[in-house]
Design a protein around this ligand. Sequence first.
Ligand SMILES: [Zn+2]
Ligand SMILES: [Zn+2]
Length: 136
Amino acid sequence: MSLAAPIFQGSCLCGGIHYEIHGEIGDVIQCHCQRCRKANGTAFATNAPISSTAFKITQGENLVKKFATSGVYRWFCSECGSPLISSRDAQPELYRLRIGTLDTPLQQKPQMHIFVGSKAEWDCIADDLPQFEERP
Ligand SMILES: [Zn+2]
Ligand SMILES: [Zn+2]
């Protein structure tokens, strides 16, 4: 008998959408690229890869909207605007979770900063994590 996969739960700001992840959450990455900044209204997005088959929307599927740009889909709540995940045509097996929407405590800490080469001029990175101009 194999051990059961961990289950993480999350939801959007208005609570209309609830999701579960039946599996592991990968490396937590702070992305400073302009698209993440625009999508979140913040200095960086905090994302982690998950298996697309591990992700289940358990409530509010009808509220999910997907903003598409060149094969990348940013899933968000059409009621409150919370970003949830992104998916991409080129990597159907992976989703990138916006971990700020998790309700289950996550023990992992961020591993690195990416797209530091295009971070906002006012963005001050104040930790010692590895920084990459784009991707490692
Ligand atoms: Zn919502
Ligand atoms: Zn980004």
